[in-house]
Design a protein around this ligand. Structure first.
Ligand code: PLP
Length: 402
């Protein structure tokens, strides 16, 4: 039988809307044909400067040749062979070694997962088992993923409420508030926070507050979990976001850029701590595809590119250039932390007009989940000075049309 597409010509956009599950009534529905470096191309061959990098994923750019080569080599060797944790798979082993070589010595054991949310789930499970306590403290306006555990700690009632009942014994406190810290007690299994709040529109906490959390957790035997799913891999101007606060978490959660464009997440802790997942019950967290060899090969190649090509060195310079260029009467706020900027307008409607205008003019930008009036810039770190100038000019032109 001939398919509908053969009888009538149906565009891929229509098929997308018909058969690919939607998460919003008005998806962007950008028809991507190719991505390379800091550029995206649509089905007509039109070029776009990518200011979002797949939401802080493509830190070394899209399809970096070394990442593509690593993927091809791994595909030619083996793909999935066994559920996570049973076979010695070289890409996992080598990537875990590379990651831990670049982390404080207490973060020496890597549990690879499929996604950021799964890594968050694993980290929360690990903390509850290790501390033998149930209370989890999270923060308002935080985003940690969309699975039920991660959703339970999400810091916004609008997004959580429809899915209740969620995990019990969770407290949501004010981020960057010293008063909040009084709530951390001997009942608290873990405190989980984003090192810099992402979806709230790049909110950087004070160093004193971060140090105070670390101290309070030490005093109460509470595990400190830092979600660096967006802040990792150079985004903030250092390899890890926590470096600038001079604190070390008990559990570090990674995702997004970790896989170099392939799906990968990880939670990382001290081996002694991680070992609680091996007994009572054994297989404390299991996953079929977690740490997929192709994802690990890609992620390791991307991390090597990041380090060997010194991509982090120019992050602050590029941040400054964006900030110096993005000045306009319609821009009300500018926040940044490395190559990660939040450009605030009076309302979502105004922001949306700017984003739409940018898209028409070859610039891909986006907004933030809890700061819908703010335009997101989290471009690949390889963005050039020329591309920053063009993108900023187009944003300002869009502002002029308001
Ligand atoms: C800070 C943070 N944590 C967790 C997640 C969840 O990661 P994933 O979408 O891979 O499940 C995200 C995703 O946007 C994130 O930004």
């Amino acid at each position: 039988m001939r398919s509908l597409q053969e009888i009538f010509y149906v565009t891929e956009r229509e098929l997308f809307l018909r058969h690919v599950a939607q998460t919003s009534p008005s998806p962007l529905a950008f028809e991507i044909a190719k991505a390379e470096g800091c550029l995206l191309y649509d089905e007509n061959g039109k070029e776009y400067i990518d200011l979002i990098g797949g939401i802080s994923v493509a830190n070394v750019g899209h399809r970096h040749p070394k990442v593509v080569e690593a993927i091809k080599n791994q595909v030619d060797t083996y793909m999935h062979v066994m559920v996570y944790g049973e076979f010695v798979e070289s890409p996992q082993v080598q990537y875990a070694k590379l990651l831990t070589d670049h982390l404080p010595s207490s973060l020496n054991s890597v549990y690879f997962t499929n996604s950021g949310a799964e890594a968050i789930e694993g980290a929360m499970k690990l903390a509850k088992r290790a501390a033998n306590r149930t209370q989890i403290i999270a923060f308002k306006n935080s985003y940690h993923g969309s699975t039920q555990g991660a959703l339970s700690i999400m810091g916004d009632e609008y997004w959580r409420n429809a899915f209740r009942p969620l995990l019990p014994d969770i407290l949501h406190l004010e981020y960057d508030s010293f008063e909040s810290l009084n709530e951390i007690s001997e009942n608290t299994a873990c405190v989980i926070l984003e090192t810099v709040q992402a979806e709230a529109g790049v909110i950087v906490p004070s160093g004193e507050w971060m140090k105070a959390i670390r101290k309070k957790c030490n005093g109460t035997g509470t595990l400190l979990i830092l979600d660096e799913i967006q802040t990792g891999f150079g985004r903030t101007g250092s390899l890890w976001g926590f470096e600038k606060f001079r604190i070390v978490p008990d559990i570090l959660v990674l995702g997004k850029a970790l896989g170099g464009g392939m799906p990968l997440g990880a939670f990382i802790a001290d081996k002694k701590l991680m070992n609680v997942l091996t007994e009572d019950p054994v297989l404390g967290h299991i996953t079929t595809f977690g740490g997929h060899p192709v994802s690990c090969a890609a992620g390791m190649a991307a991390m090597k590119v990041l380090l060997e090509e010194n991509l982090i060195d120019s992050v602050h310079e590029k941040e400054k250039l964006f900030l110096s260029l993005l000045k306009h009467g319609k821009i009300r706020t500018s926040r940044s932390c490395g190559l990660w900027l939040s450009i605030g307008f009076d309302s979502f409607e105004i922001n949306k007009k700017v984003i739409d205008n940018c898209l028409t003019n070859g610039i891909m930008a986006d907004w933030f989940l809890f700061a819908s009036n703010c335009l997101r810039i989290s471009s690949p770190l390889i963005i050039t000075e020329g591309q920053i100038r063009i993108a900023s000019e187009k944003i300002l032109e869009a502002c002029n049309t308001l």
